[in-house]
Design a protein around this ligand. Structure first.
Ligand SMILES: Nc1ncnc2c1ncn2[C@@H]1O[C@H](COP(=O)(O)OP(=O)(O)OP(=O)(O)O)[C@@H](O)[C@H]1O
Length: 684
């Protein structure tokens, strides 16, 4: 049987050279592409009873014209000739006035006594409809009309091509979904799907279209995840890590603090993974300040004990530096050789590091993305850790793993990821979560104020400083303009300089400063030479200065909840009671509601759920590289239930190996492999 994928779209009746070109612009090359070019939405013309319509609602009604239609002519903008048509109709016993513009062509065609279908906006007070659609017959087939993204291709041409394609080739539509799944969820067949999607007769058919497409999209997505997991992470026996558990325990016992239960659980998860026959692919998500670094350190230590090198990649130099320092401190009485590689390292030093790395004279290499550049070769890389993993693209994570054979991968995230997204985006990862904060931490008290309270705020800053503690002031973020961001920070810096400059040292930190300058400032803040730091969001992630106890965020409404939480997480890291003051002059109810959530909870997991609901999955990570899939109809958040079901089905299919053996799965297998190929092409 012929496959729709193999029939070129030019074979469809009505596709001439011009429309072919325009179809190709839409990436439609085959009949399958054509039929899978689903409507972006549907205009709903389903007829209703006007007595139940709401004021302002878009309605479609059928009625009899009860007054003679009147055409009025007048001059519109730029002297354009305009017409206004008015008449009354009776529909469901109600008399409604209909107004329509620019319908001169209906003159002589529209008459009292005729039946008419009217679509438009209903005004209850004037009992009128301002119509944008008038049909002089009963609306039959097109009560719901597909709307497509078509670029330069005319709608009529496209719909007639689609209709021809359905007539000629619709019968050939081959179902990728095995029959048992169609039956289990009472999903429509592919043939019906194409016909319902492109020529729907009513809302119910569209509902069926959505159910089917969403399930199929999510099933395929989950199949991809489980399939890759099965093939990618399987490793040979010789790569399993064997390490001295007693020594690992000694490290834990020698720590200056007791690990929390969540930290211990995460450690057990990770140590378990290292000795498995599947390479580790684990996400360690922890709320801000929950102590992920020490968990990462222990993982690196176990990996070292097994005779392997390890690496830790951070998104910024400040963070890489900080990690290097923390690890050096933690391993001070152990004999690990730790090095830092960033773009600030001199050429000579870099080349020395690379040689030592190749000879396994370095055990742990910490750095920024420069770690994945060419020329960085490990002798025996066993564990790759990526901090703030969502800041790196899928590609960069892959490059890191490719630096060794069967590398165990651990991804750290300080943005708690809502369950919904975790399952879908990181479905191929195991997840460990650190929700508890270390003992003795006091929750940060958060207050929302407007700038009228500035005097009081300054008084509070003074008080914190007089206690010997330190303050961050975060300048507002103005998207897409580094320049203005810096200007904002500079203005604030100068203001604080004028007020407090004589008594304390104030620092300024922003992204455009030279690396050395940034480090000097950060270093001075860490050792309390600087007491107040004005900064853009460069301090957002990971920075650890336990003596800082006040965080002021100016124009807090410009930040997302997850980001505010990250910023707030810079305080409350030591023994002092800490505070976060959100300054916001924006009075809209929505904004205030959003910021109030911040004042009510310090639980990052809860905030993340809120953030996701408010901003949608695409914006959640604030980065395009989040690796979130794009679907035609499915929505990772709204269709979570379907996602869960699809996930179970996908898991069962892959685990049973049926997909490779059973011929009922052939179409699904082909589609899956095609998508995986495409994914590979995107990555390589
Ligand atoms: N169990 C613990 N008890 C007490 N202090 C701890 C414990 N675990 C970690 N710490 C300390 O808590 C601080 C924060 O830890 P760490 O920097 O690892 O947090 P994090 O999870 O990376 O947070 P963030 O993402 O906000 O940077 C550090 O000073 C660390 O030494």
């Amino acid at each position: 049987m012929q496959n729709l994928n193999e029939i070129e779209v030019k074979q469809v009746k009505g596709v001439g050279p011009k429309s072919l070109e325009r179809l190709q612009e839409l990436k439609i090359y085959t009949v399958a592409d054509l039929l899978n070019h689903f409507p972006r939405s549907y205009d709903d013309f389903e007829v209703i009873d006007i007595n139940h319509a709401e004021d302002g609602e878009k309605v479609t009604v059928i009625g009899d014209i009860v007054t003679e239609p009147v055409f009025q002519y007048y001059k519109g903008k730029r002297n354009r000739k305009m017409t206004r048509l008015t008449f009354k109709i009776r529909t469901n016993q109600a008399i409604i006035k209909v107004i329509a513009f620019n319908r001169a062509f209906l003159r002589g065609k529209i008459n009292q006594g005729q039946e008419i279908t009217v679509t438009g906006k209903f005004d209850r007070q004037f009992a009128s409809i301002t119509a944008n659609e008038l049909k002089l017959d009963r609306l039959e087939n097109a009560s719901v009309r597909p709307q497509y993204t078509l670029k330069s291709l005319p709608y009529i041409t496209f719909t007639s091509i689609i209709k021809n394609a359905l007539d000629e080739f619709g019968e050939l539509a081959n179902d990728e979904l095995p029959t048992y799944l169609l039956e289990r969820y009472r999903l429509i067949s592919k043939k019906r799907l194409y016909s319902f999607a492109h020529t729907p007769k009513n809302r119910e058919q569209i509902k069926q279209v959505f159910r089917r497409v969403k399930y199929e999209e999510l099933l395929l997505y989950q199949l991809k995840i489980f399939y890759l997991k099965q093939v990618e992470y399987k490793r040979e026996e010789r790569y399993k890590k064997v390490f001295d558990q007693i020594k690992a325990n000694e490290f834990i016992n020698n720590l200056p603090f007791e690990l929390t239960k969540d930290q211990m659980n995460a450690i057990n998860d990770i140590l378990g993974d290292l000795s498995k026959e599947q390479a580790m692919n684990r996400l360690l998500q922890g709320d801000v300040g929950s102590g992920k670094t020490v968990v990462a350190a222990l993982s690196l230590y176990a990996n070292y004990l097994a005779g392997y090198q390890g690496t830790l990649m951070a998104p910024t130099e400040i963070l890489a530096e900080q990690h290097a320092k923390t690890l050096n401190d933690l391993f001070i009485s152990y004999h690990l050789k730790i090095e830092l590689l960033t773009s600030s390292v001199s050429k000579k030093q870099r080349s020395l590091i690379l040689t030592r790395l190749k000879n396994h004279e370095i055990d742990i290499l910490i750095g920024t993305h420069s770690l994945i550049s060419e020329g960085v070769t490990f002798k025996r890389l066993g564990l790759g850790i990526v901090d703030e993993q969502h800041r790196f693209g899928v590609m960069q994570r892959k490059l890191l793993k490719d630096k060794g054979d069967s590398v165990d991968a651990l991804f750290l995230s300080a943005t708690p990821i809502p369950r919904t997204l975790a399952l879908s985006t990181f479905g191929d990862m195991e997840i460990s979560s650190i929700k508890q904060l270390p003992k003795g931490r006091k929750p940060v008290q958060t207050h929302l104020i407007n700038s009228k309270y500035e005097e009081r705020l300054l008084g509070f800053v003074r008080k914190i400083i007089s206690l010997g503690q330190q303050v961050y002031v975060i300048a507002p973020l103005i998207e897409e303009s580094d320049k203005i961001d810096i200007q904002n920070a500079v203005d604030i810096y100068e203001k604080y300089q004028t007020i407090f400059g004589e008594r304390i040292n104030i620092g300024l930190l922003h992204g455009k400063m030279k690396q050395e300058e940034k480090e000097t400032i950060m270093g001075a803040f860490k050792n309390n030479t600087i007491q107040l730091l004005v900064s853009t969001t460069v301090v957002e992630v990971g920075v650890n200065v336990p003596n800082a106890s006040l965080m002021v965020i100016v124009d807090a409404d410009r930040f997302g909840l997850a980001q505010l939480h990250q910023l707030r997480g810079r305080v409350g890291r030591g023994e002092h009671q800490s505070y976060c003051i959100l300054v916001c002059d924006h009075q809209s109810e929505k904004t205030l509601e959003r910021l109030t959530v911040m004042t009510n909870t310090t639980n990052g997991f809860e905030l993340a759920e809120h953030d996701l609901k408010l901003r949608g999955p695409g914006d959640f990570f604030g980065a395009k590289q989040s690796g979130l899939p794009e679907f035609k109809m499915a929505d990772l958040v709204k269709d979570y239930k379907i996602l869960e079901i699809a996930r179970e089905d996908a898991k069962a299919i892959i685990e049973s190996n049926e997909i490779h053996q059973n011929k009922d799965y052939l179409p699904l297998r082909l589609k899956l492999f095609k998508e995986i190929d495409e994914m590979g092409n995107r990555l390589d």
